[in-house]
Write a protein that binds this ligand. Sequence first.
Ligand code: URA
Length: 234
Amino acid sequence: MFYKNKKQNDIINLELLKSYEIGYTFSNKPIKRIEIKPEVESKTELLKNLSYKISKIENCELKSSASKLVFSDGDPTSPLMIVGEGPGQKEDEIGKPFVGEAGLLLNKMFKAINIGREKIYITNVVNYRPPNNRKPEPSEITKYAFFLREHISIIDPKILILMGSTAMESLFGTKIKISKERGIWKELIVNNKTYLTMITFHPAYLLRQPDQKKYSWADLKETRRKINELNLKI
Ligand code: URA
């Protein structure tokens, strides 16, 4: 093609460069002229996108009755990711998981194995408070499992702790019993990657059944042992 003048030619070249999705910088000095857009989005951006996707969920009773989305808390770079069931009243007010009574126990449990709450990453199976704190319905668990799996994939933890039967069912199905499965290292495959996973009792259950704390303590000690064995920095 023949261009009548240079200015028109430059505009066309700029359009061409834009279509390649690369930035081109004009300068007289010797500089790095072409910057390729990074292929991998940062974890923060991926988490922001996931949270936005969840906020757009439709036809969800949980979302329509809750006051806000409760996405996560803690360190997204942590090797340890905790999954609970769903927000309660306090979590719904504050917008963070495990900030009520069960959360206080969770903090104590991890402190007992020398891990501060701020060092772990915490989320839930469902991200909106179920009405009257009811257990999420199987259809809700399935709906949110899609987001939870993406969440695990983004955080990419070295150890995943599932607290309670809802977290267990969301990722391993309904055919198993928590009393039989807790305290054992299991493998969970998400997005072609295998995650070392421990199922243990939910802190709210331990508040109702304090005699079960001895099992929970055994699971925590085993978690600490594994952290040491894998030499995880936490
Ligand atoms: N119970 C949960 O499972 N998650 C919370 O965030 C609070 C209580």
